[in-house]
Design a protein around this ligand. Structure first.
Ligand SMILES: [Zn+2]
Length: 404
């Protein structure tokens, strides 16, 4: 059997034990049917993965396989093995798991460092009293009224698409539909379906703040996950016939690149000044919010963004068993400035996706450093480096070498 086919079948086999594992699959339908009708036990999957890694290393069956493809496939299989071991009951620490699954070592942020950022917000927020409560109260003024959510999102998606299409040749007929759902552990999700189509779901259980419109539109759509998956399909699957990319295992190094580029894609598509103008002229009026508050709101958001690693610290302590969920919620309220309901949703996310949390902010930082190092300040060059990175099979550890 071909190496790519063996890999796809192993990923599909893990999916029979782990409902969150197969994020996308658009390869041959019979492979999926086969995985469902003849489940492979976890220990056997582990044995087959080890054998496949050895075959790839030996260059068996595919002497003409480029090194980048071989390395990527092999690292994806190492992560698959780690995920199987977790499913079999092996305990990893948060940091060990991040290294095994995502090919990076998460940084550590001390409580002191986070407290310093919180203190900086003291001067930027109106009113008096503890910063966390004040921030929640302040941000509540910027909720998109439910009846206007779709109009606001569609405008944000159109803006992301226009800017992306200006720099990246998108496949013909690419498109996605947006669906509004409730009661999920995440705020948005892109389900890539193949043939350049995605289903994007937006969770409306919690209030949606105005900044989430551009963030979600770019992250899930343009130039984020939808574009990432569509370019992989066109460049690797259709042009080169590399069938391993018809499957996307969620708990793998691929996810650091996916989440990192999706998050960096927000600031690439709508850099600060341009974003504020768009929010002021288009989105705030559509949401019925006062355009005069745009600059202040985004100045505050920029400071709050420096607290994104507070969530990773909560996850690390909680998943390593140092604190319980009540203490993790308190930490998220204190240092990630989350409202209690949002903090509870976040614990559900930790329970489901575990160290996956690092892919968002660490991924974004690694991608930003890489793109800016390669392209400098020129916007066109940044887009070119970004688009190339999406399909380059770069492993997270190669990005972080540059970062260090
Ligand atoms: Zn994402």
């Amino acid at each position: 059997m071909d190496l790519a086919e063996s890999y796809v079948k192993l990923v599909l086999a893990v999916g029979q034990h782990d409902v969150d594992y197969v994020d996308a699959y658009y390869g041959p339908a019979e492979w999926k049917t086969e995985a469902a009708s003849a489940p492979v036990p976890l220990h056997e999957i582990e044995r087959r993965a080890a054998k496949l890694i050895a075959e790839i290393a030996a260059g068996a069956n595919a002497p003409d396989m480029p090194d980048s493809r071989r390395r990527f496939l092999s690292r994806q299989l190492e992560a698959l093995t780690a995920r199987v071991q977790i499913l079999r009951g092996r305990r990893f620490t948060f940091d060990e798991e991040a290294r095994a699954l995502y090919d990076v070592t998460p940084p550590v942020n001390t409580e002191r460092q986070l407290q310093d950022v919180v203190s900086r917000l003291d001067g930027a927020l109106p009113g008096r009293g503890p910063v966390p409560e004040r921030y929640v109260t302040y941000r509540n003024q910027f909720v998109i009224p439910p009846a206007r959510i779709d109009a606001v999102f569609q405008a944000a998606i159109a803006a992301g698409r226009e800017r992306t299409a200006h720099h990246v040749a998108l496949p013909p007929n690419e498109s996605f539909v947006v669906e509004y759902v409730t009661d999920r552990p995440w705020s948005g999700y892109n389900w890539y379906q193949g043939r350049y189509r995605s289903l994007i779901q937006v969770n409306t259980s919690l209030p949606i703040y105005i900044d989430r419109a551009v963030d979600l539109a770019c992250h899930e759509g343009y130039p984020g996950h939808h574009v990432y998956n569509a370019l992989l399909e066109r460049t690797l699957v259709r042009e080169r016939g590399w069938l391993e990319f018809t499957v996307y295992p969620l708990f793998s190094p691929q996810s650091l690149i996916a989440e990192g580029t999706a998050n960096y894609g927000i600031e690439l598509a709508l850099p600060g000044v341009e974003r504020n103008a768009f929010e002021r002229e288009i989105l705030f009026p559509l949401a019925g919010l006062p355009p005069s508050s745009v600059d202040e709101y985004y100045a505050v958001q920029t400071l709050v963004r420096d607290l994104s690693y507070a969530g990773n610290e909560a996850a690390r302590r909680y998943l390593d068993g140092e604190i319980d969920s009540a203490a993790a919620i308190e930490w998220l309220e204190q240092y990630a400035l989350m409202a209690p309901t949002a903090a509870r949703q976040r614990i559900r996310f930790f329970d489901t996706y575990r160290s996956y949390v690092i892919n968002y902010n660490l991924g974004q930082d690694l991608v930003r450093t890489y793109v800016e190092h390669e392209a400098g300040a020129d916007a066109d060059r940044r887009w070119a480096v970004f688009a190339k990175l999406l399909v380059s099979l770069t492993l997270p550890s190669s990005l972080s070498e540059l970062h260090a």
